[in-house]
Design a binder for this molecule. Structure first.
Ligand SMILES: Cc1cc2nc3c(=O)[nH]c(=O)nc-3n(C[C@H](O)[C@H](O)[C@H](O)COP(=O)(O)OP(=O)(O)OC[C@H]3O[C@@H](n4cnc5c(N)ncnc54)[C@H](O)[C@@H]3O)c2cc1C
Length: 251
């Protein structure tokens, strides 16, 4: 199917994008890489009247090492991270990108788009929660930094207001002994279960076990789903956490 008709806008700055969001209201949607939104529009699951294309907004495509922190602009693509030399402190980000879809998706899809889309098995969402990232957003009221654990609030639902834009994601500390692994039905599919481990922070985050990435600790409430029993999912969790731990310990 083809998308419903829409009006296309291409602002040249963050302020320009924010002005359009405010002016056009509910009928408007930002588009970055288009790798989630266009599919939703083609299936008519999303019918924005206005598309605000932010790909040409300058200043949002940088990866910057800032002391102990790593700042990744919202428009940085998965592939740019995959091929960047982030050093051992943040190499987990580059290593993990091979799990995101296929190469054409990784060359277009963006970090900000993934975080905003908030699929509970998306690798960026898991990494952000694992490494306690700050999601930096701008809106009419200015700039705010939202801890990743508070940003993801439900199924494809975030703390982002409709008139706000993600500008960057800040990873606040090095994670030299961290790893993410997952199981999907086919190469490039979203994971059925994903497990991410940071040995130094003693932190484990799971995808595919709840509506948002889940920090492991309490009892998991797993339900049967078509083709994936709760028993099978639990087995995947145990195996993948073990694998991620082994991978991280070997670094
Ligand atoms: C076949 C296929 C397989 C895939 N497999 C995976 C996978 O295994 N793992 C995975 O994580 N992803 C996967 N993806 C999705 C891919 O990673 C997308 O790139 C990502 O989900 C969205 O990024 P985008 O830049 O394309 O966003 P878009 O599709 O342009 O936008 C997605 C949403 O984010 C909003 N948005 C975009 N940028 C911003 C911003 N800066 N601020 C606020 N809101 C914003 C849009 O309004 C929209 O609601 C797959 C996609 C396809 C088509």
């Amino acid at each position: 199917m083809k998308p419903a008709a829409f009006t296309y806008h291409r602002p040249g700055s963050v302020i320009g994008a924010l002005d359009l969001l405010e002016e056009l209201g509910d009928g408007a949607k930002l588009i970055a890489g288009g790798q989630s939104l266009v599919a939703m529009m083609n299936f008519r699951l999303a019918r924005p009247e206005h598309l605000i294309d932010i790909r040409k907004v300058p200043g949002l495509d940088q990866i910057v090492r800032d002391g102990d922190r790593l700042r990744i602009g919202a428009l940085v693509t998965h592939h740019a991270v995959e091929t960047a030399d982030l050093g051992p402190d943040f190499a987990v980000l580059s290593r993990t990108m091979r799990w995101v879809g296929h190469l054409p998706i990784r060359t277009r899809g963006t970090v900000g788009g993934s975080i905003a889309h908030a699929d509970a098995t998306a690798e960026w969402c898991l990494l952000a929660v694992l490494l306690e990232a700050l999601i930096v957003v701008e809106g009419p009221a200015g700039r705010r930094e939202i801890p990743a654990e508070e940003f993801f609030v439900g199924v494809f639902t975030t703390a982002l207001e409709p008139d706000e834009l993600i500008v960057e994601v800040i990873f606040p500390r090095p994670a030299p002994r961290a790893a993410l692994t997952e199981f999907a039905e086919r190469q490039g599919d979203f994971a059925i279960v994903a497990a991410a481990v940071d040995l130094d922070a003693d932190r484990v985050v799971l995808g595919g076990v709840g509506p948002t990435p889940v920090v492991a600790g309490g009892e998991l409430e797993l339900r049967d789903a078509p083709g994936v029993s709760a028993h099978y999912r639990r087995g995947l969790v145990n195996t993948l956490v073990e694998r991620a731990r082994e991978e991280a310990a070997a670094l």
